[in-house]
Design a protein around this ligand. Structure first.
Ligand SMILES: [Zn+2]
Length: 138
């Protein structure tokens, strides 16, 4: 699926150049963040602004084509956090360098996307010295 340069630019600007799942800033990362289809193309998702989100490589690859993931607290399948429809701060909060899921969708996303892997925690600590963590609240 080809995403035009202008569409990519709009997605990047709207996301403030951060992963819309884990909040990581593209600024300090070598790997180019993905423009992710929230509803996968295979499931009928369109390549339009309202179905696209900026995602770091780690979140993008772990999300893959999934729209539902398991809430580790209840074992139930829940809708994955949807960056266009859901507010990040309603589903997640920061606890230092860790992302904490506040809702079933939030907990499920933290688990499925492995948002608190040791490497990511180390990157967030580094980013805090550059004033890029935590992300500014919007
Ligand atoms: Zn991410």
């Amino acid at each position: 699926m080809t995403i035009s340069a202008s569409l990519r630019r709009q997605v990047v600007e709207r996301a403030d150049n951060r992963c819309e799942y884990c909040g990581l800033s593209q600024a300090g990362q070598e790997a180019l963040f993905h423009v992710d289809h929230i509803v996968p193309v295979a499931a009928g998702g369109q390549t339009t602004l309202d179905n696209l989100a900026l995602a770091c490589v780690s979140c993008s690859l772990r999300k893959g084509a999934r729209e539902e993931v398991v809430d580790p607290q209840t074992g139930k399948l829940v809708s994955l956090f949807h960056p266009r429809r859901d507010s990040w701060h309603s589903h997640f909060k920061w606890d230092g360098f860790r992302v904490v899921g506040l809702t079933p969708a939030g907990r499920a996303a933290v688990g499925a996307l492995q948002m608190n892997r040791p490497l990511v925690l180390a990157i967030r600590e580094e980013e805090s010295h550059r004033h890029r963590h935590p992300p500014p609240t919007s």
